[in-house]
Design a protein around this ligand. Sequence first.
Ligand SMILES: [Ca+2]
Ligand SMILES: [Ca+2]
Length: 149
Amino acid sequence: MIRGTATEALVARSTNTGGLRTLRSWVTMFIRPSSLRAVVGDVNRDGRDDVILARRRSGDLLSVLVLRATSARSFVLRTWWSSSSFSWSPNRFATADANRDGMADLLVYRNGGTDGGTLVYRFLSTGAGFRTALWRTLPALSWSTLEAL
Ligand SMILES: [Ca+2]
Ligand SMILES: [Ca+2]
C-alpha cells in the first residue's frame, strides 16, 4: 500500500482452515515503493516467513533490508547488507536456501555484459545479515530471457 512516499507492508494471516484474516499493517517504511523489490523467505529459521527487500538508494546503489516477522504480528525492519559499489539495477532477485542450513538466502542475477550471459551472486543469510559472493557465471543463460523479480 502506498501513502505518499511511504510503503506499508500488509499481512492477511492464514486462518489455518483455508481462508485469510483481514489485512493488517505490520510496518510502514518511509521508502518509495518504486525503489523496492520484495521476495519472501525464512531468513532466520524460526518458522515465520520474512520479507527481503532490495532497496535502491541514491546513486542507484543496492541495500538489502529485511522485514523479520515476529510473534507479535509485526515486522522488525533492519538493514542486512549495504554496498558503496553494487548497483541496484539491472538485477533480478529470488530466494532459495542455497546452502541448506534452513535459512533462506537471496540470489541476485545480474547482466553478464556484452556476451549476454548472467552472473549469480549468493547472499547467504547468517540469521542477522548476509555474506555475499559471486556464485555462478552462466554464459549460456541469456540475461534478456531471464524472468524474476
Ligand atoms: Ca523468520
Ligand atoms: Ca541458507
